[in-house]
Design a protein around this ligand. Structure first.
Ligand code: PLP
Length: 295
């Protein structure tokens, strides 16, 4: 089945970030600009969705159903991708919302034709239980159900394709991790010689190690690590130092980081470089996984 491509992958490029840490002239830092492919299906989201869409079409489903918080980049990407594939979309949103007064992310989801269902945090917590999923499939027999964050085999397979932009010159690849899907897909796809470092943007995010390990291919559990030091107060939280970092980054390089994921990652990378955490002559590629709709 042909994959409908709503994004423009030719817009992806690698941008050097000269003087990212001026004391460390022997270390190169660049950014893979995955954020450029689409305003709403940006960054890693397209890669996690592409094989879900083809699998849904192969299974003769007519809509995509997924889950997310009220500011979910994954939900808005799912809504936009379904729309351009001529499919319906159903979104289960964590927490009850004032439906007359939706935030811009959910408003845009609706404009793409996504039907929204708001469920309590307690109900949302059961969204991976077999019981819940069976009932959901009975209720929406025509829907292809995608876990939160696109965390399924099709999502990991697509995320692995981001590796085609990572040449072997890079010694380290760094990325922000939410569900760990992109991280796992990339670790499976990249050569073991390239080191992968994940930045968890939430408190206690080290638990994501378990999410990652269980889906690594045999022999791929190597040369990777995860840090949760740089959460800046917790998921979605912000403080003055992060705000300052984002503005000076924007001034220096003329593009924006998103506040939830990539800003924390780059601020963390800067700190690690100052702590001499990378070997001399490291050539670091940072993934701009998008998310600018949330700003
Ligand atoms: C969704 C998202 C992530 C997290 O990706 P996972 O595959 O869930 O780990 C990282 N960065 C941005 C900007 C995102 O929108």
């Amino acid at each position: 089945m042909a994959i409908i491509k709503p994004v423009d992958e030719t817009k992806i490029f690698i941008q050097p970030l000269p003087d990212f840490v001026s004391e460390q002239q022997d270390i190169q830092v660049s950014m893979l600009r995955l954020d450029t492919v689409h305003p709403f299906i940006s960054g890693n989201k397209w890669y996690k969705l592409k094989y879900n869409i083809s699998a849904a079409l192969d299974a003769q489903k007519n809509s995509l159903l997924s889950f997310g918080g009220a500011y979910s980049n994954h939900l808005i990407a799912t809504a936009a991708a379904a729309h351009s594939a001529g499919m319906g979309a159903i979104g289960f949103v964590r927490g009850l919302q004032d439906e007359q007064n939706l935030n811009p992310v959910l408003t845009q989801c609706k404009e793409y034709g996504m039907a929204l269902y708001f469920i309590s945090r307690e109900a949302y917590a059961t969204k991976e239980d077999a019981d819940f999923l069976n009932r959901l499939q009975l209720q929406f027999p025509e829907a292809w159900i995608i876990p939160e964050g696109g965390a399924n085999p099709a999502g990991r397979k697509g995320a692995g394709e981001i590796s085609t932009f990572v040449s072997s010159d890079f010694t380290h690849v760094i990325l922000s991790t939410g569900s760990g899907t992109t991280f796992t897909g990339l670790r499976n796809a990249l050569p073991a010689a390239q080191s992968l470092l994940g930045f968890a943007p939430m408190k206690g995010g080290i638990y994501l190690q378990h999410q990652i390990i269980q889906f690594l291919d045999p022999g791929k559990n190597t040369n990777w690590s995860l840090t949760d030091r740089f959460h800046f107060g917790g998921f979605g939280k912000m403080n003055d130092s992060l705000q300052d970092f984002m503005s000076s980054f924007r001034q220096q390089y003329n593009f924006s980081l998103d506040r939830v994921y990539t800003a924390k990652m780059m601020a963390g990378l800067q700190q690690l470089l100052r702590e001499n955490a990378f070997p001399a002559r490291a050539n670091i590629l940072c993934l701009h996984t998008g998310g600018l709709t949330g700003n």
